[in-house]
Design a protein around this ligand. Structure first.
Ligand code: NAD
Length: 355
């Protein structure tokens, strides 16, 4: 069977990983990469593929079956639209776009053209995520009361050489916290309202280096997220899950779910509950039961899923509207920080609103 030909736009930190995976996965072929910087030709030569400085030229000449958009956030709309206009399915890395308006424009354009659009919230392809969702959905914790999430790392100084990461449209809320927002939406349901504080006191950039968020879910459950890219810690998705070779694994938990009958930590998936039929009271000892799950890296699963979406054999697991809802909740956090007031995520545009 002919291999699915995929191209990558932007071969920086994450684009290189996508390109390497495509080159390594049997059912796909790396058709070309586009990147105007000096890394473009270098990576293309290393991966034995063609290089283009201009992604439009690459799309027109190569006509790939699908594209992974891994350029800076501020370019996602332009590159995504170029794919949609040519009828080429795309995975756009998260955030879907650097503004809500840009994200909505891309989603509506893809819907109008009938072109599959996926958003790179790759954590959803990790089996421990589905295991957790299933544990929560079957009521193993009773009614969900609250959840807390931490993502704390110290990024290396050269990471910030790329201007886009420290200016409007970049920053760790849009680059990193958006993953946790997406996971919490996936686990706990829609976010009704957020309150938040942000700080740039450590790095002094235009964008935040630290933020804390309080969440009210539509279900009535409450949540918090603590984020910083300026403090070393063992707590965060990648450290806990060992799902990213660029971040040292710690095996520590990054989420804690609290229910009326039991508690669950994540990603270790240990269920804490009393031995009796009634929920444990504070004096009752809690038994810790490890729940089994088989982990693997999520990014290759996302690529395999993309192949099936391109063949129209599956619907996108995280489609443009899903990515837009996560972006809306994330932008609500930024707005809450800017205004000092609680903010509800903006509603999605009606289908066909563009026309
Ligand atoms: N899913 C994840 O876990 C994950 C991880 C990291 C980054 N990301 C996202 O991926 C995107 C890229 O992040 P990064 O950290 O790899 O950034 P990066 O700065 O390391 O890489 C971006 C690359 O895009 C290139 N580029 C710039 N303009 C371009 C253009 N016009 N056409 C083609 N390429 C262009 C740059 O030269 C650079 O090589 C961002 O949207 C980021 O939020 C996702």
């Amino acid at each position: 069977m002919a291999k699915t030909r995929l191209a990558v736009v932007g071969v920086g930190l994450i684009g290189i990983r996508h390109a390497e995976l495509i080159a390594a996965i049997d059912e796909v072929e790396l058709a070309a990469v586009a990147d105007p910087s000096e890394v473009g030709p270098r990576e293309a030569a290393r991966l034995a593929t063609r290089h283009y400085a201009d992604y439009r030229e690459m799309l027109d000449r190569e006509r790939p079956d699908g594209v992974i958009v891994a350029a800076p956030n501020q370019l996602h709309l332009a590159v995504g639209l170029a794919c949609v206009e040519r009828g080429i399915p795309a995975i756009v890395e998260k955030p879907l776009a650097d503004t809500l308006e840009a994200g909505a424009e891309l989603v509506l354009a893809a819907e109008a053209a009938g072109v599959p659009l996926l958003v790179g919230h790759h954590r959803r392809y990790n089996p421990m995520v589905e295991a957790t969702r299933e544990i929560l959905a079957r009521g193993a914790l009773g009614r969900l009361v609250a959840v807390n999430a931490v993502w704390a790392v110290r990024k290396p100084a050269p990471y910030f050489d790329a201007t886009w990461r420290r200016t409007t449209g970049g920053g760790p809320i849009l680059i990193n916290m958006i993953h946790d927002v997406d996971c919490l939406r996936h686990f706990c349901g829609e976010i009704a309202e957020v309150q938040a504080y942000g700080s740039s006191a450590i790095r002094g950039f235009e964008v935040e280096d630290t933020a804390v968020v309080a969440i009210r879910f539509a279900s009535g459950a409450l949540g918090t997220i603590t984020l910083t890219d300026a403090a070393p810690s063992p707590w965060g998705w990648e450290a806990g899950s060992a799902d990213n070779p660029n971040i040292a694994a710690s095996g520590q938990n990054c989420y804690r779910f609290l229910g009326t009958e039991a508690a669950l930590d994540f990603p270790n998936l240990t269920l804490w509950r009393g031995a009796g039929p009634e929920p444990a009271s504070w004096a009752d000892p809690l038994a810790a039961t490890p729940l089994a799950w088989a982990g693997h890296e999520a990014l290759p699963q996302q690529i395999r899923h993309f192949v099936r979406v391109i063949a129209r054999a599956e619907a996108p697991r995280v489609d443009g509207r899903d990515g837009l809802a996560t972006l809306a909740a994330t932008m609500a956090i930024k707005q809450a920080i800017a205004t000092g007031r609680p903010v509800a995520p903006a509603a999605a545009p009606a289908a066909g609103a563009r026309a």
